[in-house]
Design a binder for this molecule. Sequence first.
Ligand code: NAD
Length: 278
Amino acid sequence: MNTKQRAISKDTFGLSGQIALLTGASSGIGRACALALGCAGVKVVINHLPEASNEAAKVCQEIEDVGGDAFAYAADVSNEAQVAAMFAEMVARFGTLHILVNNAGIESSAKFQEMTLSQWQKVIDVNLTGMFLCSREAIREFLRRGAQPDVSQASGKIICMSSVHQEIPWAFEANYAASKGGVDLLMRSLAQEFAPQKIRVNAVAPGAIRTPINRSAWRTEEAMKNLLDLIPYKRIGEPDDIAQAVLWLASDLSDYMNGATMFVDGAMSAYPAFRGAG
Ligand code: NAD
């Protein structure tokens, strides 16, 4: 738990007592979002892969250390039965759900002519089908429970972790870019379909954030220099930068925000290569 997280008060975002499920929350951005929500008084389900059980347990411990409540659950977000069982366990232990953070994601880079079907399929399965399966379970629970105006103005909130690559094409990562382009229209279609039920669905599109998924892009001095050429704000993003946006999107402070993507990218999506070119 760092000082930025500890500075989050239970009152600032009015989220205390709400229940959140975050996918892929044992590391990186998901972990930072879980800690931030935990500090804001949210009860948190930490979804993770079985091989990350120790890391997930540590995230739960950190939340409990600041007086919060969390449990970890191993499930592959692309597996329908495992996702259904995870949501059933969440309802059994916490009673319901208010906030879903669809965060789990992977990359699998290849020259397009050499990309295998399984490389294509795996990325689509985790990054896009995983969001479909978890969002469907969340929406079923929001509709079952109905409005709780004393808890939140919205009947439920879904936040999808997209990427600047929902907009920026990405050579050698066609599977990833296609999955995030899909996330954009999945998110907007759900926002349109469920706005009448007061369910809000939004996305965050991170730029380059210092996490395990993109270690090769920041690990060496040379890689970092090349990366910073793409970021007008001239620093790499940190997981907390994304967690702050997620906190706001989960809270009633953003109640009129629905069907939107927040780009949190140090202006990476502002086409920096065009600066001074015309
Ligand atoms: P990360 O690798 O630390 O996090 C991804 C998490 O997803 C891991 O904890 C991993 O175990 C989990 N995961 C993978 N497959 C899973 C599955 N089938 N079921 C459940 N969990 C699974 O990297 P991160 O950067 O924190 O990535 C989080 C999200 O942010 C991803 O959706 C990623 O695409 C997105 N994103 C990251 C960046 C960045 O620069 N780091 C930029 C844009 C978008």
